[in-house]
Design a binder for this molecule. Sequence first.
Ligand SMILES: Nc1nc2c(ncn2[C@@H]2O[C@H](COP(=O)(O)OP(=O)(O)O)[C@@H](O)[C@H]2O)c(=O)[nH]1
Ligand SMILES: [Mg+2]
Ligand SMILES: [Zn+2]
Length: 297
Amino acid sequence: MIDNAIGRVISRFGAELILETQQDGNIRCTTRRKLEHVACGDFVRWQKEAQGNASVLEIMPRKNSLSRPDFRGKIRAVAANVDLLLLVSSWRPAPNWEMLDRYLVAAQQLPADVLIIMNKADLRAQYATPTQEAALAEYSAIGYSVLHADAGSGAGIAEIRGAIGDATAVLAGQSGVGKSSLVAQLLPEQTIRVGAIGGTGEGRHTTTVATLYPIAEGALIDSPGVRDFALPPLNLAQLHSGYPEFARVATGCKFNNCTHQHEPSCGVKAAIAEETLPPQRYQRYLTQLASQTMTHI
Ligand SMILES: Nc1nc2c(ncn2[C@@H]2O[C@H](COP(=O)(O)OP(=O)(O)O)[C@@H](O)[C@H]2O)c(=O)[nH]1
Ligand SMILES: [Mg+2]
Ligand SMILES: [Zn+2]
């Protein structure tokens, strides 16, 4: 009997994929050809084999994919067909705003919607510094949605579930901020591996493979923690797409390829001087600009 259908990649172990299928539930599936690039969230065409095995025939075209370097430094897609990035930070480990900014640029490139989640709300009073509070307030002022959550008490969980709706959402953020703990709250029927907290307040890398969990009408992807998230080389317009607060004032720049750094008659620098733009974001933008190998300006 030959059955031919579309399934979605839930996770991958070497050459073996776990697929979510309509008619057979979750199945193990081998890849015939080398499907090097298949990622969690991909849709694939699969087929039943004579011995009751199943194999993948092809990867369907993707809407988009979120990529980052693996432990060998090789750029890999970790999630495909992404609608929403859940960007998780916490008060301990301390927020890494540079990384959050890079994820916001990446979200524009996908494109995907964004929800900024500040987890470990229970540690806010104890650990949040005035500078960190000001940095966080900048994101809301720009117009990003910021949600305070506590994976311990369950605060914010209903809001996160509501934000996911029927979307495919990916949890992203430093290791130890509580991504897997949020998954455990969102999907209490699943067994989720949560990192033991170390002396540094940072969880251990216990999430070893990217996994897609069905949630209500949508899907939620948890992936192994990363130390950092690097952007691919971008052009200036692509980089600027991650700084929507510049757009309004950049109309005052003399040059339309203004980098808002050293140019005369720069609307962004003027707004910074007048304190009408968020200053911490601008300072980090300059760092990001300097670290980017501009493919073209
Ligand atoms: N105090 C506090 N600890 C949390 C919270 N969420 C997660 N943790 C702890 O933080 C550590 C890392 O959690 P984990 O979910 O593995 O983080 P991940 O690396 O982002 O997946 C674990 O010890 C969790 O128990 C929270 O809201 N409050
Ligand atoms: Mg994890
Ligand atoms: Zn400018």
